[in-house]
Design a protein around this ligand. Structure first.
Ligand code: MG
Length: 276
């Protein structure tokens, strides 16, 4: 396996690609090679960013925690589905977005200039869009409020519709996916995803890097997340085996989720001379 062309910029997944998080301890472990690769890209002036599907924290909260464990990434290179949603909601002119998410989700959207309401708020009844994200405490009343707005015609968005993501203790549960399932069952409406593997996310990455998707290498541990986005968007897909997917599982992927290259960890990007 080899790359079809030399990438001009890089998008890295976070969990399973640059780090493994320990949910119980609330800590991170940097994957070998991640520090060297980011340092080298920075030194060479190659554009790169990290886009996680985790929506729990804004970059200003997560950035310091990642740097604390040694990952040399500045807040300005770190993005979440909330970053994509904030930009999109502004472009689409929503005045009031009903959020099913933690205070960190609301903080991130508010930081993008989006007015948010929460289930139970008086103005939640007039929200002109609904957004579901990281929300472990979601209650039936929350789902009821969101489903009501969606049934009334408010567009339905979500940070992520992925059931599981990689942690150091194995797969962790994707809360927004479960919430989306409940709202869909009631309303018949599927959410539009702002995180990976959506083309909204791919377009966001290309705009941030100032490159065409075809010039970008999308690197991740999940075929249904990063590689599906890369293939559909015409980017270069690189799969790693440091997260949820083994070499055997990568080899068994259908064409729409097949990476151009599979590597053990991102350390091989340096060894392979792929950094541009
Ligand atoms: Mg991942």
């Amino acid at each position: 396996m080899t790359l079809p062309r030399r990438p001009k910029g890089f998008m890295f997944d976070l969990d399973g690609t640059l780090i493994l998080s320990n949910r119980k301890l609330g800590s991170y472990q940097v994957i070998p090679g991640a520090v060297e690769v980011l340092t080298e890209l920075e030194r060479r002036g190659v554009p790169y960013l990290a886009l996680t599907n985790g929506s729990a924290y804004p970059a200003a909260k997560q950035g310091p925690r990642l740097r604390e464990v040694g990952l040399p990434i500045v807040d300005g290179h770190l993005f979440t589905p909330n970053s994509v949603a904030g930009k999109l909601f502004k472009e689409r002119g929503y005045q009031n977005v009903l959020v099913l998410g933690t205070p960190g989700v609301v903080e991130a959207l508010t930081g993008h200039g989006i007015r948010c309401s929460l289930p139970g708020d008086e103005d939640a009844k007039s929200a002109d869009a609904v957004y579901s994200a990281w929300f472990p405490e979601c209650s039936m009343a929350d789902i009821h409020a969101a489903a009501g707005r969606v049934l009334d015609g408010a567009p339905f968005y979500t940070a992520s519709d992925v059931p599981f993501f990689a942690t150091s203790e194995g797969p962790a549960f994707g809360y927004s996916c479960a919430i989306n399932g409940a709202i869909h069952r009631v309303t018949g409406k599927e959410p539009q995803v702002t995180g990976k593997p959506s083309q909204l996310a791919m377009d966001f990455v290309a705009a941030k890097l100032g490159l065409l998707p075809s010039e970008i290498a999308v690197i991740g541990d999940d075929p249904k997340v990063e590689i599906e986005m890369a293939v559909a968007g015409g980017a270069i897909g690189i799969g790693v085996t440091s997260g949820t997917t083994s070499a055997e599982q990568w080899a068994a992927q259908p064409a729409e989720r097949r990476p151009d290259l599979v590597i053990e960890s991102i350390a091989e990007l340096l060894e392979g001379g792929w950094l541009g």
